[in-house]
Structure formats: C-alpha cells, structure tokens
Design a binder for this molecule. Sequence first.
Ligand code: AMP
Length: 122
Amino acid sequence: MSYDPNNIFARILRGELPCNKVYEDEHALAFHDIAPQAPVHVLVIPKGEYVSQDDFSAGAPDALIAGFWRAVGTVARELGVVEAGYRFLANTGADAHQEVPHFHVHIFGGRDLGRMIKRFDD
Ligand code: AMP
C-alpha cells in the first residue's frame, strides 16, 4: 500500500488540521484521540511517511525508529500512567481495523484495561 499524503494524520503533521497536542520532538508527535476509549487515550505518530508498523519497521531509518519508540515511552511517563500500568497498541491492516493509514501507536490508561483482546471464541 502506498502512502496517502492526504491522510488525516499527515494533515495534522503539516499543521493543516488541529490536534490536542501532548508532546512533540524531532521524531514524533503525540495528541489526544478524538474519540477516547479510556480516560487516557493518546496517539503517537512518527514524523515520516509510513503507512503502518509493517512499513515503518521495514523502511524507517534506525534513528527514527529509536527516536519514535523513545517518544512513546516519554509520552507514557508524562501522562502519568506508568505506575498504574498502560497498554500500547498499533492496528495494522484490515483484520486489525486500521482506519488511518499513517503508522500510529495508541496509548491507553487510566483504568483497568482488562486482559489482552477479545477471545476469538467469545
Ligand atoms: P486506527 O483504527 O488504529 O487507525 O485508529 C485511528 C484512531 O484515530 C481512532 O481511534 C480515531 O478516533 C482517531 N482519530 C481519527 N481522527 C482523529 C483526529 N482528527 N484527531 C485525533 N484522533 C483522531
């Protein structure tokens, strides 16, 4: 899948659309999810054109991968969720229902998140 430069997170990165920013550095931008599913629900996106975690891990330069994952950790610490615990998640592709085709990590916290994901036989 080729990168769509008009996806909503690309437009946020370019400053064409607003976001409720919580963190930014040279590698990453983090902002509150517009439809939060937990008391803390923040998205962290890399500053680069990567469709998904698959694309990012295969094609991004080492410095960006390192900087991005450090930013995910920094954001979680700054959100104050580390002590109680949190979950990060990156939907990748159709089975995972990825909606926005710019790689992003969700950080969830602020409540008991339950265990893992819904079982396939539930
Ligand atoms: P995913 O299914 O992993 O692609 O999730 C995309 C996420 O982006 C969803 O949780 C949406 O609520 C969130 N989202 C969509 N548009 C915006 C926006 N403009 N600002 C913040 N979050 C957004």
